[in-house]
Each structure stands twice: as structure tokens, then as C-alpha cells.
Write a protein that binds this ligand. Structure first.
Ligand code: ADP
Length: 495
């Protein structure tokens, strides 16, 4: 079988630049797809962190002026990833967060920065570098969403296109003038094009024109077609439901492997769960918590945005404390939520520990040392932290939405002395403070029944959270697009 070639287009990629789950997916999927006979090259912006990691990159293309300044397309590899890098210093030579300036606000030229990334993807798709013509251009999130749009407006043969939504809340909305500035035709500014309540919607364009749309869990694929979950795009998504599907994310099980994790105090497997205790001790020490092996220890690793529902946990702190639980929270974001947790930690030292920031190694220790991982999101396209928690034997307590609903099997009413077969955690709905309180109550009851608890942990650790089967779904999707396009071309040629 001939190798199918995919150009993946993303604004983040682990381990080089990451603000969230998108980077994890973009970094792990290529290796999993290689096992399915799919060769992936990934186009990324030339941020300083990326250029520094590729000192031996080769120049494939040079433009004297590309979206307002000189640009090059570089090619190189990093830890097995085959990268194409858009080196355009006027757009990307900015350290730190890929989207925000030092004032914490979006860079004012984000519309141009990510249109340039998408334009380069479309150019590669159309053969700008002769030996590298992909069969499929796969765009991730709004930052890459103009790639299918530019390809749609190209007259002549083009590769197949996939638009993957990692989070519909971020749509890339810009003023009308953007259209001309980035080279989109005026005809694209309609309800059936990029127009979104008077603005230009990048993600809307990608959703409108890609051959296939995917999102990162089956439940989220349904939720985004409802008025409640559709963030203004439900109608479009319902219209395109025949080409919309949900494919669950996996995690990189070599990066997230408790039996070989360099960032934890003691490595362990599901046959030696008692060794987790050393990680709990290390975690309690790191967060200034009382050294109590029997206190149920809740972990949180999260962006602190309203989406993540951590205000609901804050509203439950009395319960957490009265039930003898401890809390270790790592995260950053919304100032009010941060301040709320910092104040609680000051009031209850030894019981509540908070680290504000982003710390990959500490995230591993939390997974290995906490008894339960709490993810009370109001909506969650897939969620990765609960997948890591399953793998690490930290029992997830999650809101029953999106990918959280799809990946955690609820334990039922533990108070009745039984846990459901195959159960891996605790889910609650509706997503309210009371709902979370109920799940915490059930989790603590189970924690004190060691037989039931170990069964929950082992079930979680036996769950397949790897990319293997999920990558197969992407491979099938790519083949399906090409087969459909071949049939369409055949009809045109013979009619
Ligand atoms: P989202 O992409 O919405 O932020 P996901 O659960 O899909 O949420 O992915 C989040 C990823 O970022 C996970 O890999 C998680 O471990 C990581 N992460 C989130 N916040 C932090 C943090 N403060 N420190 C370290 N890792 C974090």
C-alpha cells in the first residue's frame, strides 16, 4: 500500500511549545499514525523555542515578502517529529506564550500571524515544495483554520482537508478589514462563508470548507451541535453533521508511564500500588501538606479558566476540609480563581496547597501522588488530565460532559457497598457545586473501602488511553476522504 502523506498544521506542539492539550495531540499523533502507514509532516510557526531546537534545519523556500516581511520555510526533525517551520521573524520571533504579548493580551496582529501559517500550509498543499505534496492537509483549531479556506478558493486540484476542533470556545474572530489584509476573496464574507455576526471567523471558515470535521470526543461532537454547546456555530455544525465525527484523544504512554517516569519519587505499576505511597509523601511535602498517609488527597492540574469549573471546587472547600481531604492544586489563569485558592491555602495550611504556574514535572508528581484527580469542567472537548490520571491510578472525579463523559466509567453508589463492574471513577451532572459535592462524597466513601478502591485504581490503569486505536480512526478518515474524492473526480470525468 502506498504511504499516505499528511501535512498537520498546528500552532503548538509538545515538547517544543505548549499551552494545552492541542500541543500534546499534535506531538503524539504523528508517531501513532506512522504505525498506520501515514507519514505526517507538521507545519508550525517559527517561535524562538522551535528554532532553537532545530539548529540544523534546512531551508526549503525563501520569500522576500510574506505577510509583511521576509520569511523562510525550514525543514528538520526533533525527537522523531518531522517539522516544517515557517520562520517569519516579523510574526513569530517573540518568546513566551504563542498568542499573548507581555501585557497578557492577544498580540494585535494574531489575525495576520496565523493567516500566514495557514497560507503556507495551503501553498505546500498545492505543491510549493515539489517532493512534499501532501494527500491531506489537516488543520488544528482556529490558528490553522484558514488552510482549508485558502484551498477551497483555489481553482484546480487540491489535497483533501480535515478541520479538527480542539475547543470551540476559541474561534479566531477578527474585524472585517482582515479579509483583504490576509488575501481572502470578498465573496467569502457571507453567512455560508466566514462572516460571523459582522466579523471574520477563522474557525467558522475552516468548518465551512473542510472536507471533514472532527472533534476530540464523540460526546463533544454531539454537544457542539446543540444551541447550548455550539458557541454560535451549532447551525453550521448540524448542517455539516454528515462529515462531522468525534475521535477521542489518547496520551503519549511513553511520556506518561508510572513505571518509567523520571519526574516522580517512586516508579510503580498496577501490581505494586503500595509504591504510590512514596509519591504521596513527596507530593504532600512539595505542597506543604500534613504528612498523613490516610487523608484522601485531591489533585488538580489545570488552566484556571471558567471552562474548567474550579470555582465549583472552591465552593466545596468546607466539605473537602470537613471530610478530612487534602488538596494539591497546580494551575494558572483567571485572577479571581487564583486568588481564591491562594487565600484558601493561607487559611488552611497543611490541608490546602497551591502552586500557581505551569510545571510539567510537577504535573507528573501530582498524577502519581494524589488519590483522586478532580476535573469539574463546565464543558470539556476531550480532556487529557483524566486520561493521565487513569494511567497513574489517581481516580478521576469528573463532570459528565464531553470527553470526560466518554472516558470515565462511573462507580455508582458506593454507599450501597458495591462498585459497578469496570468502574474507573466518579462522574457528576449537572455540573454544579452540589453535583460535585455528591461525587466527592461517593469518592471518599470508596477511598475508605480499600478493596473497592484498589479495584477502581486497577480498572483505570488497565484502560487503554494510548493513541493506538484512536490513530486508526484518523487513518480511516484520511483514506475515506481520498476515496470519496476519487469517486467524485471519476463522476466528473465520465459525465
Ligand atoms: P486544555 O487543553 O483545555 O488546557 P487538556 O486537559 O486537554 O486541557 O490538556 C491540558 C494539558 O496541559 C495536559 O497535558 C495537562 O497536564 C497540562 N497542564 C495544564 N495546566 C498545567 C500546569 N499548570 N502545569 C503543567 N501542566 C499543565
Amino acid at each position: 500500500m502506498t504511504l499516505l502523506r499528511v501535512l498537520s498544521v498546528t500552532s503548538e506542539i509538545y515538547p517544543l511549545i505548549k499551552t494545552g492539550g492541542l500541543a500534546d495531540v499534535a506531538g503524539a499523533l504523528p508517531a501513532a499514525l506512522a504505525d498506520c502507514g501515514i507519514a505526517v509532516k507538521t507545519l508550525v510557526p517559527g517561535y524562538p523555542a522551535i528554532l532553537a531546537a532545530m539548529p540544523a534545519a534546512e531551508t526549503l523556500l525563501e520569500h522576500g515578502s510574506f505577510f509583511g516581511g521576509p520569511a523562510r520555510l525550514l525543514s528538520g526533525t526533533h525527537q522523531g517529529l518531522e517539522l516544517l517551520v515557517l520562520d517569519a521573524p516579523h510574526l513569530f520571533a517573540r518568546p513566551g506564550n504563542p498568542y499573548l504579548g507581555p501585557d497578557g493580551k492577544d498580540w494585535p496582529d494574531n489575525a495576520v500571524r496565523f493567516a500566514a501559517l495557514s497560507r503556507m500550509a495551503a501553498d505546500i498543499g498545492l505543491g510549493a515544495i515539489a517532493p512534499l505534496v501532501p494527500d491531506i492537509v489537516h488543520a488544528h483549531d482556529w490558528q490553522a483554520a484558514l488552510a482549508p479556506v485558502f484551498l477551497h478558493y483555489h481553482w484546480g486540484p487540491r489535497p483533501g482537508t480535515v478541520m479538527t476542533v480542539h475547543n470551540l470556545a476559541y474561534q479566531g474572530l477578527f474585524p472585517y478589514e482582515t479579509l483583504a489584509a490576509v488575501g481572502l476573496p470578498p465573496a467569502s464574507f457571507t453567512v455560508h462563508g466566514l462572516e460571523y455576526y459582522g466579523q471574520v471567523g477563522y474557525l467558522k471558515g475552516g468548518l465551512q470548507f473542510a472536507d471533514r470535521i472532527t472533534t476530540v470526543s464523540p460526546t463533544y461532537a454531539l454537544e457542539i451541535q446543540t444551541e447550548d454547546g455550539g458557541m454560535g456555530l451549532a447551525g453550521l455544525l448540524r448542517e455539516r453533521s454528515a462529515v462531522l465525527s468525534g475521535i477521542l484523544n489518547g496520551i503519549d504512554t511513553s511520556v506518561w508511564n508510572p513505571a518509567a517516569d523520571p519526574d516522580i519519587a517512586m516508579r510503580y505499576s498496577s501490581d505494586a500500588l503500595s509504591q504510590r505511597a512514596a509519591n504521596k509523601v513527596a507530593l504532600q511535602r512539595r505542597f506543604g501538606l500534613d504528612s498523613k498517609p490516610d487523608a484522601p488527597l485531591l489533585g488538580v492540574i489545570s488552566r484556571l479558566s471558567p471552562q474548567k469549573g474550579l470555582d465549583l471546587l472552591l465552593a466545596n472547600l468546607d466539605k473537602v476540609l470537613s471530610d478530612g481531604m487534602q488538596l494539591a492544586l497546580l494551575g494558572s489563569g483567571d485572577r479571581d480563581i487564583q486568588d481564591g485558592y491562594l487565600a484558601a491555602a493561607r487559611l488552611h495550611p497543611g490541608r490546602i496547597g497551591v502552586v500557581i504556574g505551569y510545571d510539567e514535572a510537577l504535573a507528573h508528581l501530582i498524577q502519581a501522588g494524589s488519590d483522586m484527580l478532580v476535573v469539574p469542567s463546565r464543558f470539556e472537548p476531550c480532556g487529557l488530565t483524566q486520561l493521565c490520571a487513569l494511567r497513574y491510578g489517581a481516580v478521576p472525579i469528573v463532570a459528565g460532559v464531553g470527553g470526560l463523559a466518554d472516558t470515565v466509567v462511573d462507580a455508582g453508589q458506593i454507599d450501597a457497598g458495591q462498585i459497578e463492574d469496570g468502574a474507573t471513577g466518579f462522574k457528576f451532572a449537572p455540573v454544579t457545586a452540589d453535583g460535585l459535592a455528591g461525587a466527592l462524597r461517593r469518592a471518599v466513601a470508596a477511598f475508605h473501602d480499600k478493596v473497592a478502591w484498589h479495584r477502581l485504581q486497577r480498572n483505570g490503569m488497565a484502560t487503554d488511553v494510548s493513541w493506538r486505536n484512536r490513530a486508526t480512526r484518523y487513518a480511516e478518515l484520511y483514506h475515506d476522504i481520498l476515496a470519496t474524492r476519487r469517486i467524485a473526480t471519476h463522476h466528473v470525468a465520465t459525465s
